[in-house]
Ligand binder design. Structure first.
Ligand code: ATP
Length: 221
């Protein structure tokens, strides 16, 4: 891993962020991270990649098509953000390592950086072929309220692969970059609970996403 991580990446390779998640639903915490990552890591593009079936957790509350539609609504007007539909049509669990391999094949001249929250980094070693993820991409980790880099897998991973932002452009893959983004307390679990309780005003959802949820009567108990 470290041998390949030391390879030099052409400084002018496009740097593409891939933000994977269930997005059940996409919320303002995701968007705040996405904006921060784009700006502070100087990405050329950030692609939201909703999974079809998450491998590490319960099945999503609504269909992949609805979750993708909500992502499209949330990122409308954000020219550097796109929907990456790769995982949507799969009937098997969406393994990040497999998806990144396909994306790397499709974009061989790009440097990929997979974006996650600190909660996800804390159990990265349970992910299917987590070492492969670092052979194909960097990891960009956003702070998330309630989670620190002292927990779970974080200390060992950061000791082995941690680097500063400049590594994203200097190396082709293999580093973990932790950002200093301000906390944004939003969670899809809390939003689903609020919607099931008939709450009408949910400030952690983009208005267009809340409208969509109400129009399609999603997340009602
Ligand atoms: P749930 O509450 O059901 O766990 P979630 O809000 O974590 O859902 P996901 O779609 O699972 O939403 O998240 C996708 C990625 O975004 C994950 O890597 C997660 O760590 C990160 N993330 C989600 N919310 C935040 C937030 N408020 N701040 C930072 N990262 C976040």
């Amino acid at each position: 891993m470290t041998d390949t991580a030391s390879q030099t990446s052409p400084a002018n390779s496009p740097l593409i962020g891939i933000f994977g998640g269930t997005f059940d639903p996409v919320h303002q915490g995701h968007l705040a991270c996405a904006r921060y990552v784009l700006e502070h890591c100087a990405l050329d593009q950030l692609q939201f990649m909703p999974c079809h079936l998450p491998p590490h957790r319960a099945s999503p509350g609504v269909s992949a098509a609805h979750r993708a539609n909500m992502v499209e609504l949330a990122i409308a007007g954000e020219p550097s953000m796109q929907l990456q539909p790769l995982e949507l049509d799969r009937s098997s669990p969406s393994y990040t390592a497999d998806s990144l391999a396909l994306l790397k094949q499709a974009m061989p001249d790009c440097t990929l950086a997979f974006v996650i929250g600190m909660d996800s980094l804390s159990y990265l070693k349970q992910w299917y072929q987590w070492q492969t993820i670092l052979r194909l991409s960097h990891l960009i980790v956003c702070q998330r309220p309630g989670y620190t880099s002292n927990e779970g897998d974080c200390p060992a991973l950061l000791a082995g692969f941690g680097a500063d932002i400049s590594a994203l452009r200097r190396r082709p893959h293999g580093n973990i970059v932790v950002l200093d983004n301000p906390d944004f307390a939003a969670s899809a679990t809390a939003i689903r609970a609020a919607l099931a309780n008939q709450q009408q005003n949910i400030s952690t959802l983009a208005p267009s996403v809340l409208n969509y949820i109400q129009q399609h009567r999603l997340y009602q108990s």
